[in-house]
Design a protein around this ligand. Structure first.
Ligand SMILES: [Zn+2]
Length: 273
């Protein structure tokens, strides 16, 4: 499932269409990726307009189409954006194609968990303006993380990291990587973390976010070999730090990989009087 850096990578795939006029819009109006969208209006508003800019925020993308059109895209589990030649022949899972004179900008999604939205206004849609602070933005600071841990003190930290209203863009692999690099057990509760652990967690979130943007987000290259990323799903995968076998279990409904030696359960903290 595309996370922060994968979404950034896909956003840039449509850059060849920037500042180009959209001449034709092909779409599968009946597919559920368009749920709630007036597809005829969207098509009409986009044809003849210029693709002005593209933006990513966590797992959401927003493309500005002309002075009063906004195309929102969420890739879901299997969504992808690609740029193909102008005369590209659509395939079965290509549910939206914006055609310029030279290129076809394609959204494909075999499993249809993605979502396309269209907003007809000079101002960006509310769902975009109301997104929580991005994890690499200055507004995502140590205090915000401390507040989140306090608010969700009874939530296992793995499940907490997956909450998009707190950590937009973090998905399953990033959450596992963050916990492994911070040496935190995935089932540790938000409220059980010490101030030092929260501080370390903060640094890991920012470091892994930045590094993923520099590798996957830039050109789909792998993150560093020293990360859990390249080892977590290998059969018989071992911890790249201590070389013991990795543990695997479901936490909050998601398959989770961790090192039992490097990420032991937190000791019960004595209740303060
Ligand atoms: Zn280990």
């Amino acid at each position: 499932m595309p996370e922060l850096a994968e979404v950034e990578f896909f956003r840039k795939q449509w850059n060849l269409g920037l500042q180009r006029k959209i001449l034709q819009v092909d779409l599968h109006a009946e597919k559920r990726v368009f749920r709630g969208v007036s597809v005829n209006l969207a098509r009409k508003r986009m044809i003849g307009q210029t693709l002005l800019s593209s933006h990513a925020h966590g797992k959401q993308m927003l493309f500005r189409v002309g002075p009063r059109g906004w195309l929102g895209i969420h890739l879901g589990m299997t969504g992808k954006l690609t740029t193909q030649p102008g005369r590209y022949l659509a395939r079965a899972h290509d549910h939206l194609i914006l055609r310029t004179a030279d290129h076809s900008l394609v959204f494909s999604d075999p499993r249809l968990f993605g979502r396309i939205r269209f907003h007809d206004s000079r101002n960006p849609p509310d769902w975009w303006s109301q997104l929580p602070p991005a994890i690499l933005s200055p507004a995502f600071d140590g205090q915000r993380l401390r507040d989140i841990c306090l608010r969700y003190r009874k939530t296992p930290i793995k499940s907490l990291l997956l909450r998009q209203e707190c950590f937009p863009g973090i998905g399953n692999w990033m959450a596992d990587e963050i916990l492994w690099q911070t040496r935190l057990h995935p089932k540790a509760l938000g409220g059980a973390l010490s101030p030092l652990q929260i501080q370390n967690l903060y640094f890991s979130i920012r470091k892994i976010g930045r590094e993923a943007m520099r590798s996957i987000g830039k050109d789909w290259s792998d993150p560093p070999r020293s990360w859990l990323f390249l080892h977590r799903w290998k059969p018989g995968g071992t911890c790249p730090r201590c070389h013991r076998c990795l543990a695997r279990d479901s936490v909050g409904g998601r398959t989770t990989s961790w090192c039992a030696a490097c990420q032991p359960p937190l000791p019960r903290r004595a209740k303060s009087a």
